[in-house]
Design a protein around this ligand. Structure first.
Ligand code: SF4
Length: 245
């Protein structure tokens, strides 16, 4: 059972949901043209190799996910947030943070590992919507890059440079990522208009805080310091994973 979805008039989440819908239509149209020109998109149902990446979101997006989950799934999201926090507190740099997130923090708890499906597909955040691969899933998997020889890495970069739709360096499809920029803008504007502040950070941490009435009460009255104190009191504050601006 899931919680009721947010009302369509919610002034913070409704603009984001409309932007999600617009993005979906534009991304479909772009992909149709891309494949008609011979391009290939390798992402599809059951593929989840990128679901162990760290994800940055706005609180507006996290509210949509938080309202879709409850019970054991909400607990699993909080446990994942705490594991991400522990990693952030001890990682020596960004590269180690990302690598340990993928290896040790592991796959998103909203993933159904049996089917490879996202259990909250309709409520997934922007980053999960706009990441598309122009190469087979093997290249998205944790450890593939690290296992490549220097010769294989040079060949990879040559192949990426030959593949239309990439940024010339990595195998993800750049225009489909750029098309989602209006979603980030919609979230930013909605948070500023309603709260007079913006909250950005780790997906699982913000999804946990979005379900905290005390945290949200302070956010809704523009009390950045009070919101930070609530997060801190729950052991969920970290300057890299929670930004209240
Ligand atoms: S929200 Fe869904 S698509 Fe995004 S990382 Fe989690 S399981 Fe994967």
């Amino acid at each position: 059972m899931t919680r009721a979805s947010s009302p369509p008039t919610d002034p913070v989440t409704a603009p984001v949901q409309r932007a999600y819908d617009r993005y979906g239509r534009q991304a479909d149209k772009w992909q149709a043209g891309y494949t008609a020109r011979g391009g290939k998109v390798f992402c599809g149902a059951g593929c989840f190799q990128c679901c162990n990446m760290p994800i940055r979101v706005s609180l507006a997006e996290a509210l949509i996910t938080a309202r879709a989950i409850e019970g054991a799934q909400a607990e699993a999201v909080e446990a994942h947030a705490r594991a991400a926090l522990q990693n952030a507190r001890t990682a020596k740099d960004d590269a180690q943070y990302v690598q340990r997130h993928r290896q040790e923090v592991g796959f998103c708890p909203l993933l159904d590992r049996e089917t490879g499906a996202c259990t909250q597909y309709e409520a997934r955040p922007t980053r999960c919507r706009d990441t598309f691969s122009a190469f087979p899933a093997h290249y998205c998997a944790e450890g593939t890059w690290e296992a490549m020889s220097n010769r294989e890495k040079r060949e990879y970069h040559r192949e990426v440079a030959r593949t239309p739709g990439t940024d010339g360096e990595w195998h993800f499809i750049a225009p489909l990522e750029h098309l989602s920029e209006p979603v980030w803008v919609a979230a930013s504007k909605a948070m500023q208009a309603q709260w007079g502040l913006e909250v950005w950070g780790d997906f699982w941490l913000l999804t946990t805080l979005a379900a905290d009435a005390g945290f949200m009460a302070r956010v809704e009255r523009g009390d950045a310091r009070g919101a930070w104190q609530v997060a801190s009191g729950r052991g969920l504050a970290h300057r890299e994973l929670l930004q209240i601006e």
